[in-house]
Ligand binder design. Structure first.
Ligand SMILES: NC(=O)c1ccc[n+]([C@@H]2O[C@H](COP(=O)([O-])OP(=O)(O)OC[C@H]3O[C@@H](n4cnc5c(N)ncnc54)[C@H](O)[C@@H]3O)[C@@H](O)[C@H]2O)c1
Length: 340
């Protein structure tokens, strides 16, 4: 098969990273960019056709295989559905949607189109996450008794002023969608789906003007008798502190930490299990004045290319993300019902 032909919609922070990655990967070819802001054209260092709407790209009849959706969160469902209906595979940036109902509509469009949707949860490709997934699949901690996730990050006024959509409920949604959906995805992938989700949201930094609260505590049940707690904030002073996951099990304890769960902080198991050295193996996506999650988009894109070439199902698809969006939606609904 020839090179896989990619189009990017949304040439902002992450979209421009796709431009350089797709230029470097041997089996990929960037053939067009779409961004409603024509000014973004100057940030594309490869001369390719540039369109200011998806419709204009569709009518151009330029041949492509995959469209990468790197636009504001709230646009992902309708743009994904439009691209599927027009006959393209889709890479959809996280979060795939802000409502579980929209994920169901995307799944329906995927089924009818016969095309595939790849959800970008690149943290799953960090070596610590792969190791922890194996450890948990082998049930080496026994039954989960207690799970704790702490995501303590910083997002400042510049972050919201640079792209004002990020501060809105309709297009951004809040920290659980924009920052911490990665860690919710890891939790569900590794430990299973939580039940009985209860939450409280609050704002710690009142100098930052967003349409949602910057912090919260979520409680839930996990497995037969396990309890979970997810603490999050975007109001840590100046920089991200950590994203950590601690599991207290009946046969062992494990904690992964660092800024985006890239380090093994603690492990003690009844059974022997190989413990690799994880130091400095995963970097963060660096957007100059703030840092994001694992720098693994290259691995993700290679997997997408292999999958399309071999006509396989996506490793991370909409069904996985339905659970993530459902968890967030439940937490938001509970917190909002309580605050009235
Ligand atoms: N996987 C990750 O770790 C990761 C990292 C960063 C961002 N993201 C996701 O990528 C998406 C974009 O984030 P960003 O930080 O790059 O945002 P950004 O504001 O820097 O870029 C968004 C771009 O979309 C364009 N756009 C807006 N509406 C459009 C429309 N209707 N049609 C075409 N273009 C349109 C804007 O002009 C802008 O250039 C978000 O969903 C975000 O959550 C994911």
């Amino acid at each position: 098969m020839n090179k896989i032909k990619f189009v990017i919609i949304g040439a902002g922070n992450i979209g421009s990273k796709y431009v350089s990655l797709l230029n470097e990967l041997p089996d990929s070819e960037l053939i067009a960019v779409v961004d409603s802001n024509f000014g973004r054209r100057k940030f594309i260092d490869k001369l390719v056709p540039f369109f200011t709407s998806l419709e204009d790209f569709f009518t151009s009849k330029i041949q492509a295989d995959v469209i990468c959706i790197c636009t504001p969160n709230g646009l992902h469902p309708s743009q994904t559905i439009d691209c599927l209906n027009a006959g393209y595979h889709v890479i959809c940036e996280k979060p795939v949607a802000l409502k579980a109902d929209d994920v169901l509509k995307m799944m329906e469009a995927e089924k009818i189109s016969g095309k595939k949707v790849f959800a970008v949860m690149q943290n799953r490709y960090s070596p610590v996450a792969i190791w922890l997934k194996k450890l948990m699949s082998l049930k080496l901690v026994g039954e989960i008794r207690l799970l704790q996730i702490n995501c303590f990050w910083n997002r400042n006024n510049k972050y919201y002023n640079d792209s004002p959509w990020r501060a809105t409920r309709e297009l951004g949604g809040g920290p659980l969608y924009s920052q911490f959906s990665h860690f919710i995805d890891l939790m569900i992938w590794i430990c299973g789906n939580p039940k009985e989700i209860r939450s409280e949201f609050f704002t710690l930094n009142k100098e930052i003007n967003t349409q949602f609260q910057d912090s919260g505590i979520i409680n839930f049940k996990l497995g037969k008798n396990g309890k979970g707690v997810f603490n999050f904030t975007n109001a840590a002073f100046e920089t991200n502190i950590e994203s950590s996951l601690t599991i207290i099990g009946s046969k062992g304890n494990v904690k992964v930490g660092g800024q985006y769960m890239e380090k093994l902080d603690f492990v003690n198991l009844e059974q022997v299990f190989e413990i690799p050295v994880f130091e400095n193996v995963t970097k963060a996506n660096n957007y100059t004045y703030y840092k994001g999650s694992a720098d693994k988009h290259d691995v993700f894109l290679k997997k997408v290319i292999d999958c399309i070439k071999n006509n396989q199902e996506p490793e991370i698809g909409l069904a996985d993300e339905l659970n993530v969006i459902h968890f967030i939606e439940q937490a938001v609904l509970f917190a909002e019902a309580k605050s009235y």
